[in-house]
Design a protein around this ligand. Structure first.
Ligand code: UD1
Length: 423
């Protein structure tokens, strides 16, 4: 297995292009299942999760052609010949469950494996199931698979309120509702930019949707959707991660394509920590002023709050802050697995349930580390950039799920970072 070796302590200066959003692309790709006309996505990120979704769609009979080095995905679901999303693919990636709503709406039936345990918590699917049941679907769990069936006349519009503003459930229900008969209203819908991007793409395909970006989505069902071309929105989590690079090492980095409204609550916390964030014509320019960063308290929340997917990276920054910070994780249980690894690099962190108390140290020290999920892994990369000496991060396949050309992007700004090929 590959590892990444970093010699820390170098200030970063330069520019980093930010890719299209993994999480938006993973929701946009299954939208192809809703139409028999082609859907083309531009600005797609080149990541292993996108490859997994490609395999899943192909297993259902969709055609997915990569163009322009994988940045353009041309998809067609003209001839779907399978309605079973197999465990072997779904277990690799929870977002595979996003084929459920579209298949149910277009074909009237779908069989989708439950994703199974996840390193960052239980992550059930009850909200997806209840939402689709409200549209008239019958859903049973048999042999680890959800067997879903639409009523004889197809799905029917309904009013519903989600118990929690789940991103995945909102996406699944939204996609299914585009082809349901009548009006669907989803209250307490997720407001993430990835939902807005999906709604905008579906609208280009002929869907009638109002309210994206607010807590109430109203969808007027249509008989069929047509083809479209859509650019994937900027990845706000990749953006936030690279904004933290100069914050942790010192220096100035311009994140190209970044926009403040994608990361407003995160940028506010960076400001409190003493980091300058400036919106430019090309993106976001981030600079670290002299001296140590300030301690700040952070609570993760659904958008527009502080994203859970930036909590681990923010913790890496706060490990060297002047003072004590408290990070509260409210979205996922068990999402502090990076804390023991950061501790091995000299950090002072105490975890109690959903809270982590981080008392800053002057300097982290390099060490061999590994992590069990994507964002935890990249938090170790950030810590390593600031640490004294060498850090070897193993289990790099987690990083490849969410960060394209990570070594090149950081290396271009002066980081001493290289990938070592494993057996
Ligand atoms: C998406 C993102 C993920 C991000 C998360 C929260 C994708 C591909 N992934 O994941 O990176 O961390 O949003 O911003 O977009 N829940 C239930 N029942 C359900 C569904 C969810 O209880 O049916 C709970 C989960 O266990 C979790 C919380 O709701 O505690 C948030 O989950 P959700 O918003 O659904 O996240 P995902 O869509 O899985």
């Amino acid at each position: 297995m590959d590892s990444i070796v970093i010699h820390g302590g170098t200030e970063l200066n330069g520019e980093i292009p930010i890719a299209g959003a993994k999480n938006a692309c993973l929701a946009l790709m299954p939208a192809t299942l809703l139409s028999d006309e082609p859907l083309t996505l531009t600005n797609a990120p080149r990541l292993s999760d996108i490859k997994t979704m490609t395999e899943l769609l192909q297993s259902l009979g969709a055609e997915v052609t990569k163009m322009q080095d994988g940045q353009v995905l041309a998809m067609s679901s003209h001839d779907l010949d399978n309605h079973v999303a197999d465990y072997d693919i779904v277990r690799k990636m929870r977002a595979s469950n996003l084929v459920l709503g579209p298949m149910l709406a277009r074909l009237g039936h779908a069989v989708v494996s439950l994703p199974g345990g996840c390193a960052i918590g239980a992550r059930p699917m009850d909200l997806h199931i209840h939402g689709l049941e409200a549209l008239g679907a019958e859903i049973d769990l048999r042999d680890g698979y959800l067997h879903a069936k639409a009523p004889a006349g197809g799905l029917k519009g309904a009013q519903m309120e989600l118990r929690f503003a789940s991103v995945g459930a909102t996406e699944n229900i939204l996609m299914a509702a585009t082809l349901a008969k009548g009006t669907t209203v989803i209250k307490n819908a997720a407001r993430e930019p990835e939902i807005v991007d999906l709604a905008q793409c579906l609208r280009k395909m002929g869907a009638q949707i109002e309210g994206e970006g607010t807590s109430t989505l109203t969808i007027q069902g249509v008989d069929s959707l047509h083809g479209a071309t859509h650019p994937v929105v900027t990845d706000r989590i990749e953006l936030g991660t690279y904004m933290l690079a100069p914050a942790i090492t010192g220096g100035t980095v311009e994140c190209l394509g970044g926009k403040l409204d994608l990361v407003a609550s995160f940028a506010e916390k960076l400001h409190d920590a003493g980091i300058d964030v400036e919106e430019t014509a090309r993106g976001l320019k981030v600079s670290r002023r002299n001296g140590r960063v300030n301690a700040v308290n952070v609570t993760t929340e659904p958008f527009p709050g502080f994203p859970t997917d930036l909590q681990a990276q923010m913790m890496a920054l706060l490990c060297t802050a002047d003072g004590t910070s408290v990070l509260e994780e409210t979205i996922f249980e068990n999402r502090f697995m990076h804390a023991p690894e950061l501790t091995r690099m000299g950090a002072n962190i105490e975890v109690h349930g959903g809270h982590a108390t981080v008392t800053g140290v002057k300097r982290l020290k390099g060490a061999p580390v590994m992590a069990t999920d994507l964002r935890a892994s990249v938090s170790l990369i950030l810590a390593a950039l600031a640490a004294e000496g060498e850090t070897v991060v193993s289990r790099v396949y987690h990083l490849d799920r969410g960060y394209e050309r990570l070594e090149q992007k950081l290396g271009a700004c002066g980081a001493r970072i290289e990938r070592v090929k494993g057996a």
